[in-house]
Design a binder for this molecule. Structure first.
Ligand SMILES: Nc1nc2c(ncn2[C@@H]2O[C@H](COP(=O)(O)OP(=O)(O)OP(=O)(O)O)[C@@H](O)[C@H]2O)c(=O)[nH]1
Length: 380
């Protein structure tokens, strides 16, 4: 998968600073060539005029329906880009402020051609430090975008007090404890914090996990701050094979046809940083993580996972896991977006590596008893 073109998806609510970040990427001397896909909501591509830098190729998709048509367009555009391979090193997709990132992320799982050529590198969500708290109340998409993120850029920190900043970070942590979080003014983050993160590279995530766990214990000292439901872990990542099907994935009001094939692939993250690990628990969005020492029976685990995402998929935004299966020297790695699931056997467990499974589910109103209870049954 190393020769696949990395794709960074930039999302964030209206006005959060996506274009500002993109302009930074397109003007900074980074020695990389990026192909940019701007997914503009509405008739006229205003953003296109704002994007500077003639060196890069700017593609624009104008489509009225963000949720439904994005995926088709994205596939077509990525396929077109692939014919110009060699002209660029990476792809950046900027989504409109209202977009549900799910269909965009799913593109990298479900379309076989896209999957062969490109890999989702990370979902980067811009959050407006001043307005995020309000949007979390009135705009479900804002919360979804945070939940999906591998990297959160908390932008416009110049507009809030330190106390407000702490508060908004805690809100973000309560929704998504797994994303790497960076504070920014005018999206001034080092580009390496955003691009070519390999956020879905499981090994990389495991490497940083020790810090994550330490920090987490720390978080437990604060009483009113709970760490989003699960504890530990996260991670994950990619490949094919699969069990499972198609499905569907968007929100209830989306009428798409997601029937496209199986396979899918994609996602995820990192940890956190700054030492700001506390979280204000979100009543609606949570994450649940499960850790299990010892091997799982594939004949029980795989059907359980498939069934779970079929049943709870509308509420499960993302899931991922590394699993130790009985009589299997390799690690089974899965990831999913709503009901679309992708899993594969990857490298072997190392000698000094405990055969331990870790699973993470991030979503809305997750039924913790169903998820944990079901897992305990198949793990026993
Ligand atoms: N004070 C302040 N303003 C900022 C910062 N970052 C961006 N802005 C301003 O906020 C406005 C919106 O920024 P954009 O980058 O266009 O945001 P966007 O997310 O692309 O917006 P849409 O394309 O409308 O969704 C612009 O006027 C920016 O100059 C920041 O850190 N602080």
């Amino acid at each position: 998968m190393t020769d696949k073109i990395p794709v960074t998806v930039i999302t964030g609510y209206l006005g959060a600073g996506k274009t500002t970040l993109l302009n930074r990427i397109l003007t900074e001397q980074h020695g990389r060539r990026y192909a940019v896909i701007v997914n503009e909501f509405g008739e006229i591509g205003i953003d296109n005029d704002l994007v500077v830098g003639a060196d890069e190729e700017v593609f624009e998709m104008n489509n009225g329906c963000i949720c439904c048509t994005v995926r088709g367009d994205l596939i077509r555009i990525i396929e077109g880009l692939m014919r110009r391979r060699g002209k660029f090193d990476a792809i950046i997709v900027e989504t409109t402020g209202l977009a549900d990132p799910a269909p965009v992320a799913q593109t990298f799982f479900v379309d076989a051609d896209v999957k062969d050529a490109a890999r989702l590198d990370a979902v980067v969500t811009l959050a407006d430090a001043k307005w995020l708290a309000a949007r979390l109340k009135d705009a479900p998409e804002a919360k979804t975008q945070i939940a999906f993120a591998d990297v959160v850029i908390l932008n416009k920190t110049d507009l809030v007090t330190p106390a407000e900043l702490e508060e908004v970070e805690a809100r973000i942590r309560g929704i998504n404890p797994y994303a790497t979080l960076h504070r920014a003014v005018k999206a001034d983050v080092p580009l390496k914090a955003v691009l070519e993160r390999n956020a879905f590279d499981l090994d990389r995530i495991l490497q940083i996990e020790p810090n994550f766990l330490t920090a987490e214990e720390h978080a437990h000292d604060h009483e009113h701050q709970l760490h989003a439901h699960g504890h530990h872990d996260h991670e994950h990542h990619d490949h094919d094979h699969d069990h499972h099907e198609p499905g569907h994935a968007c929100g209830p009001d989306c009428g798409h046809d997601h029937h496209d094939h199986d396979h899918h692939h994609h996602d995820h993250h990192d940890h956190d940083n700054h030492g700001h690990l506390k979280a204000i628990h979100d009543a609606e969005m949570q994450s649940i993580s499960i850790r299990h020492k010892g091997d799982l029976d594939p004949e029980r685990f795989i059907p359980w996972l498939n069934e779970l995402v079929q049943q709870e998929g509308p509420d499960i935004l993302r899931c991922k896991g590394i699993v130790a299966l009985k009589n299997e020297p390799r690690r089974f790695v899965f990831q999913g977006v709503h009901m679309i699931l992708d899993g594969d056997l990857q490298r072997e467990w190392k000698d000094d590596e405990p055969r331990e499974s870790r699973l993470v589910f991030i979503g809305r109103k997750l039924k913790e008893d169903v998820i944990r209870g079901g897992f305990e049954k198949i793990a026993s």
